[in-house]
Design a protein around this ligand. Sequence first.
Ligand code: FUL
Length: 474
Amino acid sequence: MKNIFLTIILAMALLACTKAPEPLFPVPSDDQLAWQELETYAFIHFGLNTFNDLEWGYGDTPASTFNPETLDCEQWVKTLKNCGMKGVILTAKHHDGFCLWPTKSTDYNISNSPYKNGKGDLVKELSDACRKHGLKFGIYCSPWDRHNARYGYPEYVETYHTQIQELASNYRPLFEFWFDGANGGNGYYGGANETRSIDPDNYYDYQRAKDTVLAHNPHAMIFGGPYQTVRWIGNEKGFAGATNWCNAPRITSQTPLKINTNGDENGSEWLPAEVDVSIRPGWFYHANEDNKVKSVNELCEIYYNSVGHNANLLLNFPVALNGRIHPTDSALAVKLYDKINNELSHNLLTDAKVNADNERGRRFSVSKVNDGNPETYWATDDDYPYGTISFSMKKPVTINRVMIQEYVKLGQRVKSFYLEGEKDGKWFRINTYDETTTVGYKRIVRFDPVEVDKLVINFEESRGPLCISNIAAY
Ligand code: FUL
């Protein structure tokens, strides 16, 4: 009897000490996490602006000017797949108000253009091509409408909701719906040619917009507006802060941009960041930018400063007048993909011997950081919100990148860390290109090549016990 008791107590004690750490809120929804795992996807800016060499059409360019002659959505999708993009978001309507689908909400749409003699529906063509080739599909539908006579009045809000309803229900499943933040200003407005301003947080009824999108696309992310589920990074240059929390307060048009760029450790919402940037200076195609496409090195910087900084990368391709992605852009994007794959292809830690100064029992042992399974993780004890992990190599290796992932299902935790190396018994600090503060879903740190027998990562500060699911070095 006594023995049974002892066994039960022992078993309970064992179980207690291997209990997973308590979640530290906020935590992601499953859909947010699945979205973060996409990491890179494409933006397509295409519309009347393309044919009028404009970025922000005033709203008065005739629908008849939309005339791509050799438009081929399959070419876009195949190109994007070749450069590793997991999805694509199309500007179904930009600020000029022209709709790329045959909407009932306005005449200012593709059915009044020469394209396919008014029988075209670009949103459908692209969503079909995405489905056929296995890319996710998302939509940008500008709230600001410089064409509509009723913009700024309640009637336009109804028109806008009709557009959201059509887009949300006819081209699903959508993985993301983009409510752009540019709002109000001067425009054509049905010939009024005036300046109109609105209250961006309240005028559009974003709660209703979100409800409509989610009613038809329950897994979609909402970008922009006060009920967003993913946040803008706060610039269009292509970088997230090296310090980048997914935690953030509820974001409105009044939120300081710094919060967008860095998140906020004390924020109550899980709002992972998206970095939107164009492969050219403009969002729309301009022939005079054909020789201004970003170089592979510039794109690579963008990659490490977005995906490497715990954010998703939304890379824009301005489709050209002929209705195709320009060959210069696609060649560069493929080169970027190859370069990144090359730099991050061979994890040199897979057969290293791993040790740590603290381990939360066998279930959360250090070996979990390089077992290739994102569902397992190394965790420290509750009273141990830091930790040092070391990798002893079988033979010396030269590395210049370290990738770390937290098990963010239980919340983002790490506040600061640093790297050290050991070679022939000599220790040295590894000087990384940017500050080593937060980690999050994914952090990639870069440094000049160093040869090491041993790599050590010191997690100095964390919001709670560490939960690290993956560490790799290249
Ligand atoms: C901005 C817009 O004003 C640009 O034209 C572009 O669409 C970009 C993605 O968002 O706010």
